[in-house]
Structure formats: C-alpha cells, structure tokens
Design a protein around this ligand. Sequence first.
Ligand code: PBG
Ligand code: ZN
Length: 325
Amino acid sequence: MFKRHRRLRINENLRNLVQENKLSVDDFIYPLFAQEGHDTKNEVKSMPGVFQMSIDKILEEVEELKKLGIYSIILFAIPDVKDSIGSECLDEESIISRCIKAIKKEYKEMFIVTDLCFCEYTDHGHCGILDLENNTVNNDATLEISCKQALVHAKAGADMIAPSGMMDGIIESLRKTLDENGFYNLPIMAYSSKFSSAYYGPFRDVANSTPSFGDRNSYQMNPANSREALSESIEDEKQGADILMVKPALAYLDIVKELRQTSNLPIAVYNVSGEYAMLKAAKAAKLVDYDRIMLETLLSFKRAGADIIITYHAKEAAILLRKAK
Ligand code: PBG
Ligand code: ZN
C-alpha cells in the first residue's frame, strides 16, 4: 500500500525538513502613515493596530519594528493641505520628506519604500491631475509631476520608490528621471497589476484618499482580467521595473502564480487594508483562530510565488514566528 505521504508527516522535524515554503520576518514590508503634528497617534477604526502618526510617534514605531527584526517599511503621508494637483508632495519640505529624513537620521539601517501617488494629496482624491473632459486622470500630465515627486523622495533618502497610480509609462519616466539625477541605484517597485478593488476601503479612511466623485476604474485594472495583468507586468518589466507587485493579494493569487511563471523578477504582494480588516473583524467576533489564520494567509502568498509581502500583520507575524523557533 502507498504510504509515502503519511510517512513524511509522521513527526515535526521531518515535516519541517520537507516543508516547501517558509515565512520569514525578512519577507515583510510594514506600512506606516505619517501625519502632521506632535505626539498624535490615532487608531483606524476598521483596522485595529494601524495608526495615523505624527513623525515623533513614527520614530517610536520604527524603534519597535527594529526590535521585532522588521527592517523594511512603506511610507504613506497624510498632508494637512490638499489641492487639485497635490502640490504639497512636490515640495522638499513635504511631510513625507521630513518623515524620511527623520527616520534616516536615527535609523540608517531601516529600508524605506515610498508609495508614490497623488490621491492622498489631491482635494478630489484621484491619483493624479484630472482630465475633466474625459472624466479621468490625465496620464501624461501626471507622469510629469510623478517624476517631481520621485525626486523629492529620492533626495530625502528613500531606498525604493513604489509608484501606485497605475499611469501608463510611469516606470520608464521615473527610471529616466532618477538616472538623469544620479539616482541610478534607486530601485523601482512597480504596482504593476493593481486592481480597482473594494478591498482598499479601509486604507482610504486612513489616508483620507477616497475620491470625491467617480471611481478609479479608468486607471486601475478590472478585477475580471488576468491576461491584462500579465501584460501590465511585462510592460513594467520592459520599462525597467526592478520588482513587480500584485495588489490586492488574497483574491488575486492566481495572478501571482501566473506572474511567477512569466517573469523572473522578484514579486511582491500587497496584503491590503480590506484583507486585514476582515481578519480583525472575524477575530473581534471570535469566529476564527486569528493567529493561525493570519500565518496561513501569509504563507499562501509565498506558496503562490511571492518573495515580498507588504502587510499590516507584519508585527504580529514577527512575534509569532519568533515564538515558533
Ligand atoms: C494609493 C494607494 C492605495 C493603496 C496603496 N496605495 C489606495 C488606492 O489605490 O485607492 C491601498 C492599500 C491598502 O488598501 O492597504 N494609490
Ligand atoms: Zn492613488
């Protein structure tokens, strides 16, 4: 009788030896939200454990991350002032700039990724300069100011730029601008297949970036399309992306798997706000074993082929992984 599978599950050491995928704290990028002010730390209702923080509080948070062994963060900023083109983020004294510098001053070893977009900075909440005639975002005008924003991040000391606005040609434009300004060693992580998803709902509460009218369907991807996701990703790779990303993660693991078979670049997934909020809500309702479900979810990203996991669970997962050792 065939017994090999059961034989290999018979004790824990053996199970560990034959385990195909492993989670590690090195896989994680932890999102942080910076806001103006001093000594402020507001928890987001739908996302317990996630806060909007003033820069001094962000520094305390970074200290905690270091203790947990988490050395990569992705930074978002929530400005006090918004306008039609998001001018705040084009200023070298922008909140994101000040935040990057403050972290780098005390924690050189922290790897800082910056999300590059305009929806947090525009009064209309869309990801770029509006093209009202066509009821969408003006692609090329947005490319121009995206390059300016990238230089603000780079000059402040960002370690990697992650454009999330889904503008066509953004990778090529950013690469050219960064290279021309001496930042040829600064990698770009492309939000290469970013779907127009309801899973971003809680994030938009944190970042105050809900569009004041319409939706993002004319620039983010249709959740029904997988060939298009590959096409977007291949295009970003050609234009010079260093890392590709699939976002959201959980409902799009088929895309991760296909992309893994198509590209040899590192792949990141963004385990987004709605995915986090669902698990937190299930935990609060005592419906699930939260810790196990969380680790199982994170592991599924590795199994699908992701190398990097951007996740609000990073701190909790780091603690559990440490205990498991
Ligand atoms: C900005 C941006 C969004 C997210 C990351 N960068 C929101 C959006 O596109 O509306 C979502 C992250 C999350 O839901 O956790 N464009
Ligand atoms: Zn945006």
